[in-house]
Design a protein around this ligand. Structure first.
Ligand code: APR
Length: 286
């Protein structure tokens, strides 16, 4: 029996809105060809890209910073009781082969007049340490301070960030809060401002910088290939970046230990490479 035209239209509309449930490919040779042909590649990374550098993830196994859960560290309240948590441990971390592969891929592309843009959710600056440039830091950086009064942002790699925090703040089991008197906390020296400094990071519950978001969307809207590396794709807006690119018919390749909510949405044009990205990424993009 022939369907009436309205029934066909309804079906057509419905099928359009069904998320493409077909599985992404794991054909490495096919993906490597896509990388070679790409004129503008965006690489979006999450905590998983730094896991093999010894930086625990938020949500994976061992996804707690020693005795602290990351959300307990990354809030204004946590900062006011213990302002150095996070920096001390992070300063000693080094890039792993995944960071190095991304930096080399960006460098090689630039020599061939092609573009590789790096957008990260991480605040550890390990991409920059590996040599990546123009890294878009969605959630800021532990090694930048922002004045709570004049909002001046500058890099700061001093450890401790001020004398009162010397030998405090390493996340040791049972370590209590540093409880530093406010008058001893780091102050802004920009134009003699004197305002209290805070880490230039996005704490849980805070919004992202509008300019950073605008830059990210610009890259995502103009890329012809997108990699999503080591992110659980559950925190917005980054969680919708890959599906947004896939909806443009641009291939998205996910590198993770396990599938995520994004995996289904990158569909038949996409790729999924399972395993530690310190291994899977170098063989895929170099
Ligand atoms: N190789 C590839 N993937 C890995 C590896 C690895 N070696 N180790 C862990 N992963 C994957 C995990 O399977 C998980 O999907 O990395 C992901 C880490 O997920 P999260 O810990 O949720 O980190 P992320 O996705 O970056 O979190 C996003 O949430 O907590 C906030 O602001 C915080 O930036 C963070 C954001």
């Amino acid at each position: 029996m022939l369907c009436s035209s309205s029934k066909i239209l309804k079906f057509a509309f419905k099928s359009d809105t069904i998320v493409n449930m077909s599985r992404p490919s794991s054909d490495l040779a096919k993906f490597k060809q896509k990388v070679k042909e790409s004129k503008h590649l965006v690489i979006l990374t999450g905590a998983g890209v730094s896991a093999e550098s010894g930086v625990p993830t938020f949500r994976g196994n061992g996804g707690y910073w020693r005795t602290y859960s990351a959300p307990d560290l990354a809030t204004p309240q946590a900062f006011s009781t213990d302002p150095s948590l996070g920096r001390v441990g992070m300063l000693t971390k080094l890039p792993n082969p995944a960071h190095q592969a991304i930096a080399a891929c960006q460098h090689n592309a630039a020599k061939q007049n092609r573009k590789v843009s790096v957008i990260t959710q991480n605040i550890d600056e390990l991409h920059q340490k590996a040599g990546s440039t123009d890294v878009i830091e969605l959630h800021g950086s532990l090694f930048k301070t922002r004045c709570t009064k004049c909002h001046h942002v500058e890099s700061n790699y001093e450890s401790p960030i001020c004398e009162a925090l010397r030998d405090k703040g390493t996340p040791e089991p049972g370590a209590g809060g540093a409880n530093i008197p406010v008058n001893l906390l780091p102050r802004c020296s920009h134009n003699g401002c004197g305002g209290l400094l805070r880490p230039h990071v996005v704490w849980f519950g805070e919004g992202l910088d509008e300019n950073i978001l605008a830059r990210s969307y610009e890259e995502l809207e103009s890329c012809d290939l997108c990699l999503v590396v080591g992110t659980s794709s559950v925190v917005y807006p980054a969680a919708m970046f890959a599906p947004q690119v896939a909806r443009r018919g641009v291939p998205v390749a996910e590198f993770n230990l396990e599938t995520t909510p994004a995996t289904q949405q990158i569909g038949q044009h996409g790729f999924f490479f399972s395993g530690p990205c310190g291994t899977t990424l170098p063989e895929a993009i170099l």
